[in-house]
Design a protein around this ligand. Structure first.
Ligand code: SAM
Length: 271
């Protein structure tokens, strides 16, 4: 069986490069994280087997559907704006974006500021698209196909770890524990979450029906609940900002540092 590399991704089904989202359980049987641009280790048979083991709906959402859906609901601009703000505030020498999808945030990365830019996503096809985008932009970014809760980031420490609309699909406490290991002193964990709201669909309806797969798999938590979990896991909340996006949705942007790293800023809530 031929091994698959990044150039094969566009012609194969969406596949995880690694095992189930519940880490620890199957860690011993999982291959190492796969850095695209290098070889993608699992065979197609192994990938098929893992796809059936992994319950992530993201592996069943074609890239074109995701991009079409985001264009239709007009939320990409809000996500880019929130990333650009935290990037400009932190000016990270070392940056990690978790759940990076096709790497749209990397367009804001300034190579004069950031020496290491790294993206992680569970979907190999998204990661391959992110890599193509970075090459086009002439960016020296690295991409890893893996589960954010399992990935072993030997590139740490980071000045900024950004995760936008990812926490809805993960165990938040496990994510905070993972990120805590990766941040440098004074480093920032930037979390964008979708605020639950009565009468507002968790997943907006568009003609891209595959996105509705997410509805049964996502957990919307109020930002205050996410912040409470972060504080329990040893973080201090530095700021919170809300941004109203289309169709009545509200994104919350909470910035954390490891507790005790620096005196807290005033909490700010901006529309
Ligand atoms: C709503 S999209 C994120 C949007 C993106 N951060 C942005 O700003 O445009 C969620 C992304 O998280 C990825 N994802 C979901 N579960 C994951 C996990 N356990 N580990 C890594 N990536 C995951 C999905 O494949 C998808 O690309």
């Amino acid at each position: 069986m031929r091994r698959r590399d990044a150039t094969d991704v566009a012609s194969t089904p969406d596949v995880p490069c690694t095992g189930p989202s519940v880490c620890g359980m199957a860690r011993a049987s999982r291959p190492p994280s796969i850095s695209l641009g290098a070889r993608c280790a699992p065979t197609l048979d192994e990938q098929d087997e893992r796809m059936s083991m992994d319950g992530s709906p993201w592996l069943s959402i074609p890239l074109a559907d995701y991009e079409g859906h985001m264009d239709a609901i007009g939320q990409s601009g809000a996500l880019r704006r929130l990333f650009a703000e935290v990037y400009a505030a932190v000016k990270p020498e070392r940056l990690a974006v978790l759940g990076c999808t096709t790497g749209a945030d990397f367009g804001d990365v300034d190579p004069a500021v950031t020496q290491l830019a790294l993206g992680v996503d569970i979907n190999a096809r998204y990661i391959a698209a992110a890599e193509r985008r970075a090459i086009k932009l002439g960016l020296n970014a690295q991409f890893i196909c893996d589960d954010a809760l399992c990935v072993d980031l030997s590139h740490a420490p980071f000045d900024l770890v950004h995760a936008a609309l990812l926490i809805e699909y993960l165990d938040p406490a496990a994510l905070f524990r993972q990120v805590r290991r990766w941040l440098c002193g004074g480093g920032v964990f930037s979390v964008v979450s979708q605020e639950p709201s009565v009468g507002v669909d968790a997943v907006s309806a568009t003609k891209f029906d595959s996105l509705q797969l997410l509805a049964g798999h996502m957990t919307l938590r109020p930002a205050v609940e996410i912040e409470r979990i972060g504080i329990q896991e040893g973080f201090a909340l530095k700021s919170r900002r809300s941004l109203e996006v289309s169709r009545g949705k509200m994104f919350m942007h909470s910035r954390f540092e490891v507790a005790g790293a620096a005196p807290p800023d005033l909490l700010q809530t901006t529309q």
